[in-house]
Ligand binder design. Structure first.
Ligand code: HBI
Length: 100
């Protein structure tokens, strides 16, 4: 079964779930975003390292920006030019380690 693009309803339903707390749709793009803040750069980069290793293992990579203790993350699936279940799964993982 090929990777499917999420419908608008599926996007809305996914974002309403508690496991996706803090995530929202990007204006004008089929993507989701969340901004995370940490105690300092060391904590932020340690988080990014954990996410990076997980992303590479699952072959699904974030688009992100980091300055000091702030990490801005955007998730989308290039292969479907939109959102897929992979983005929901990665966002859930990110929340699990951030919201600990
Ligand atoms: N990461 N976010 C994201 N979206 C993709 O479509 C994607 C990826 N990482 C690797 C990947 N696709 C590969 O499967 C193909 O591009 C080769």
């Amino acid at each position: 079964m090929a990777l499917q693009k999420l419908t608008p309803q599926e996007q809305t339903d996914a974002l309403a779930k508690p496991e996706l707390k803090g995530w929202s749709l990007v204006e004008g793009r089929e993507a989701i975003k969340r901004t995370l803040t940490f105690k300092d750069f060391n904590e932020a980069f340690g988080f990014m390292t954990r996410v990076a290793l997980h992303a590479d293992k699952h072959d699904h990579h974030p688009e992100w920006f980091n300055v000091y203790n702030r990490v801005e993350i955007t998730l989308a699936t290039h292969d479907v030019q939109g959102l897929s279940v992979r983005d929901i799964t990665l966002a859930t993982f990110i929340n699990q380690i951030y919201d600990k």
